[in-house]
Design a protein around this ligand. Structure first.
Ligand SMILES: [Zn+2]
Length: 267
């Protein structure tokens, strides 16, 4: 099996003591490539360090909405510099809006989001979008941005990571050209609505992710998540789409490689 974990925070402290073993278990589970999204400038640096240390590890640079309270346009210069000088940067992320944690005012989040959308357009890089309880504003900002993108981005605008919104929002972002990323919650007992949405996503728009160390799938729910567990997400999506896990792995891997231009290099 060949899987891509398109969203894992292996540069965060929960992995600092056993990262080699985590990567090894991912490899044994069939994971061939990983994308590590940053959440602020510091984790951009640590993600890039990680990608230099391991083959098959790629990076998204960006400032997470929860880290935008002190956003300043000069941070865009740093992101641009990293994205243009580091070949393993494949996306701008994770960026977006988070109205759940209330760690940054809505206006500040929107300012940072807009500035990073403009950077992605300038550099023709796909987006990794975080949306928590902010669907209407997220869709509004993406709809405002989408008509201005270069043609090279049309087929690869990005992903709504760990999708958790409604069917209506799914339809709207699919129409804008986005992929939908699914994580551990698709395996949870009370997630019938999410499973219903996942079962309706066109197969060529599906991505699998862990969001490790968060959101471990059943039966590891509640423990530290890691990339090897992305298999459980592929299995669940396979059941929902009535294909083999092997087929689901293949199609989501092709989707990830096409969207992010991952090339041949593997873990
Ligand atoms: Zn994340």
């Amino acid at each position: 099996m060949r899987l891509v974990d398109t969203h894992c925070h292996l540069n965060l402290p929960p992995f600092e003591n056993d990262l080699d073993a985590v990567i090894q278990r991912a490899r044994q589970a069939g994971v061939i490539q990983l994308i590590v999204p940053a959440i602020d400038l510091e984790t951009c640096e640590s993600a890039i360090q990680l990608a230099r240390r391991y083959t098959g590890v790629f990076v998204a640079v960006g400032i997470h909405p929860n880290s935008t309270a002190d956003f300043h346009p000069s941070q865009i210069e740093h992101l641009r510099m990293m994205a243009t000088t580091e070949p393993k940067v494949v996306a701008i992320g994770e960026i977006g809006l988070d109205y759940h944690w209330k760690l940054s005012p809505h206006e500040k989040q929107a300012e940072a989001f807009r500035a990073q959308l403009a950077l992605a357009r300038e550099l023709a890089l796909p987006l990794i979008i975080h949306n928590r309880e902010a669907s209407a504003d997220t869709v509004a900002l993406l709809t405002e941005w989408q008509p201005s993108i270069p043609s090279s981005l049309h087929e690869r605008v990005g992903v709504l990571h760990s999708f958790s919104a409604s069917q209506e929002i799914a339809d709207q972002v699919l129409r804008l050209g986005f992929h939908l990323g699914f994580t551990g919650p698709v395996t949870y007992k009370n997630a019938d609505e999410l499973r219903q949405i996942a079962s309706c996503v066109p197969r060529n728009r599906l991505l699998i992710e862990t969001d490790a160390p968060y959101l471990a799938p059943q039966p590891q729910r509640g423990k530290r998540n890691e990339s090897a567990y992305v298999v459980a997400v592929a299995e669940r999506l396979a059941t929902l789409h009535q294909v083999s896990t092997e087929q689901m792995a293949d199609v989501t891997t092709q989707n990830a490689q096409r969207l992010f231009g991952l090339g041949e290099e593997t873990l």
